[in-house]
Design a protein around this ligand. Structure first.
Ligand code: HEC
Ligand code: HEC
Ligand code: HEC
Ligand code: HEC
Ligand code: HEC
Ligand code: HEC
Ligand code: HEC
Ligand code: HEC
Ligand code: HEC
Length: 386
């Protein structure tokens, strides 16, 4: 019922007598028909003539094309915007109307306005005929497919070479934590457009970088804001983590990263080493505690009490990794010591439990051995007496 109402309204608003009529364009243009019929435009009565003109009622080649044309590249954004920036035409569909306005503020849009036809326009990202809703998994702008959509230009060395831009953004992204998470279907993972903006594709500056990363990594951002690097680093988070090929965070980052800017005589450098030691020592303690618990579990002990304490220690450790972003040694030491102490306790206790059991087993074995020996001796003695 709702769909019907929307369609009727659409026909009215789009002046869509065309949709009600037969569309003979698709009779001859059979390859385009396949794409078009799958598009979001087909069901709402946006037809060939809305973008091309011409007479859809006839099957005569001349008559059909008398008034038709292929839109010129320089006119396409305005053509799309003639509907998509029009609040009255878009109202029935609940679509935003700011794509064109945002596009004009993007690096793409600015270069386009200056006459550069190489940059992305609406149809490069959405296609001309297979224009699909962003929720449709086959859409060219669906998160998984978007990488390929951007890469068509951004992985092309000839094109990017003209602008002095890197071509490793896509490969880097795929190899990094975010690309892997996206591939595994993690809905919280960012794609190209999450960081660069959908229609406002822009190059990110330090403040934007911290804001963008901080929308998901809230605690890291809060800590980072408190520390001396916030005002000092020109590229915010990516000064240490890279922009696309972001690797899983580990304490060896301290070795590779801090030395890039602080040489080994500086206090900053030695602070880095101390933070690293605190973090990596408590991490090994946690791993050992975990291993001991696994052994105890294999011996059929109930370790649930220990598990919840280990969890507490792990939480402290994760907090410490986050606090590292404020370069706050006192707080970090507090947290790592706590994690370390709990891990040591668990290891010690689980160990003594195991030892106690081992002693019990040894005791039992001795008792049984003694009993069997006594039985054998009695048996032999009786044999000898007979
Ligand atoms: C009788 C068959 C027929 C009908 C009907 C028809 N076309 Fe075509 N159209 C063709 C052929 C053949 C070509 C030229 C070969 C090609 O480019 O595919 C063509 C070319 C085109 C082109 C490319 C023109 C260019 O030179 O860039 C456009 C755009 C086009 N048609 C749109 C339409 C539209 C819109 C309609 C309906 C109003 C339509 N056609 C109806 C057969 C037809
Ligand atoms: C939303 C707007 C829009 C609609 C609807 C649309 N087209 Fe197009 N079409 C374009 C644009 C933009 C281009 C030029 C850019 C390109 O080549 O992709 C184009 C290119 C073409 C071309 C020439 C290039 C080619 O791909 O061979 C033909 C032929 C064509 N369209 C036919 C059709 C037919 C037939 C329909 C209806 C089934 C249709 N178009 C519907 C926007 C549209
Ligand atoms: C650089 C690629 C790119 C360009 C250029 C681009 N878009 Fe988009 N567009 C996207 C992405 C990505 C999405 C959203 C996908 C999502 O939300 O997951 C989107 C979403 C949309 C949507 C639906 C979502 C909404 O905002 O309500 C419309 C309509 C749209 N674009 C129209 C346009 C128009 C019109 C133009 C040209 C002025 C354009 N786009 C240019 C990439 C692009
Ligand atoms: C004649 C008006 C008209 C023109 C011209 C037009 N569109 Fe649309 N478009 C619509 C309407 C109406 C919808 C709503 C479909 C829906 O929500 O079911 C739509 C839907 C879309 C969507 C899907 C939005 C979503 O995520 O649900 C995208 C993307 C889109 N159009 C892009 C374009 C691009 C790119 C162009 C230019 C090549 C274009 N449109 C030209 C009217 C138009
Ligand atoms: C049709 C080719 C094309 C497509 C598709 C395309 N881009 Fe671009 N993009 C360019 C070109 C060319 C430039 C260089 C513009 C300039 O610097 O004047 C550019 C510039 C950029 C910039 C600014 C970099 C800078 O320093 O100027 C960003 C960010 C960007 N694109 C991101 C994206 C994203 C994200 C996507 C996919 C959603 C995408 N692009 C899709 C061609 C494309
Ligand atoms: C997690 C956020 C994030 C994601 C996801 C992301 N980028 Fe970036 N991108 C950045 C940051 C931050 C910079 C700026 C780095 C700098 O200033 O050195 C950047 C820079 C760029 C540049 C400019 C490169 C140059 O040579 O200066 C391009 C082009 C670009 N990204 C394209 C892409 C494409 C294509 C994708 C998808 C495969 C993507 N980005 C995904 C954050 C991201
Ligand atoms: C849209 C949300 C989002 C944005 C924006 C985002 N990330 Fe992430 N990030 C994630 C998710 C989700 C993961 C977890 C991936 C996994 O473990 O599967 C992650 C993982 C990471 C990791 C690895 C953490 C670990 O435990 O090893 C680092 C480092 C990271 N991101 C840094 C950044 C930086 C730097 C930026 C900005 C350039 C950024 N992220 C932007 C969602 C985001
Ligand atoms: C000065 C270098 C540096 C900067 C700048 C930096 N980080 Fe980190 N980050 C690290 C190091 C080193 C680790 C690894 C700590 C460990 O595991 O021992 C890390 C770990 C992480 C982790 C995984 C651990 C956790 O906290 O869950 C995430 C996510 C992360 N950083 C995000 C960010 C974000 C977001 C920003 C910007 C607000 C940022 N980082 C800025 C050096 C940095
Ligand atoms: C991209 C360069 C860069 C990287 C990478 C970097 N720093 Fe810094 N750091 C700076 C700048 C610039 C300042 C502010 C100026 C100053 O005081 O030296 C600063 C300040 C500091 C300060 C406070 C001032 C001081 O000198 O004591 C400490 C501590 C510090 N950094 C530690 C680290 C640690 C630890 C790492 C590695 C996790 C690291 N930095 C990575 C550039 C960097």
């Amino acid at each position: 019922m709702r769909t019907l109402a929307i369609t009727l309204l659409a026909l009215l608003l789009l002046g869509g007598s065309s949709a009600a009529q037969t569309n003979n364009c698709i009779v001859c243009h059979s390859e385009i028909r396949v794409d078009y019929l799958e598009s979001a435009h087909a069901p709402v009565g946006v037809t060939c003539v809305d973008c091309h003109g011409g007479d859809p009622a006839t099957l005569d080649y001349q008559a059909a094309h008398a008034e038709s044309s292929t839109p010129k590249r320089e006119r396409i954004p305005q053509l799309c915007a003639s509907c998509h920036a029009d609040p009255i035409k878009m109202k029935p569909y609940g679509l935003r109307i700011d794509q064109y306005a945002e596009y004009q503020t993007s690096e793409h849009g600015k270069a386009f306005a200056a006459g550069d036809l190489n940059v992305a326009i609406c149809t490069d990202c959405h296609t001309s005929h297979r224009v699909m809703s962003r929720f449709e998994p086959r859409s060219s702008v669906h998160p998984e497919n978007l990488l390929q959509t951007c890469a068509r230009c951004h992985a092309d060395p000839d094109l990017m070479g003209q602008y002095g831009l890197r071509t490793d953004t896509l490969d880097g992204f795929r190899q990094g934590v975010h690309g892997r998470a996206l591939q595994k279907g993690n809905p919280r993972a960012p794609t190209c457009a999450t960081c660069h903006g959908l229609h406002g594709s822009t190059l990110l500056k330090a403040d934007d970088i911290v804001t963008v990363c901080g929308t998901c990594h809230i605690a890291e951002r809060q800590q980072f804001d408190k520390g001396p690097h916030r005002a000092a680093l020109a590229k915010g988070c990516v000064s240490c983590h890279q922009d696309h090929r972001i690797l899983p965070a580990q304490s060896d980052l301290f070795d590779t990263v801090c030395a890039q800017c602080h040489n080994s005589e500086t206090t900053a450098h030695s602070l880095g080493e101390r933070l690293k030691t605190l973090l990596s020592e408590s991490q090994s303690a946690l791993l050992e505690a975990e291993a001991v618990l696994k052994q105890a579990e294999a011996m059929a002990f109930d370790v649930s009490g220990y598990r919840s304490r280990l969890h507490e220690a792990q939480t402290s450790f994760l907090q410490a990794r986050t606090v590292q972003h404020a370069l706050d040694e006192t707080r970090l030491a507090e947290l790592t010591r706590r994690a370390h102490a709990i891990a040591n306790d668990i290891r010690g206790e689980a160990h003594s439990l195991q030892t106690a059991v081992q002693i019990r087993w040894l005791g039992l074995t001795l008792v049984w051995g003694y009993l069997i020996l006594v039985v054998i001796v009695i048996y032999l003695y009786r044999q000898a007496r007979l």
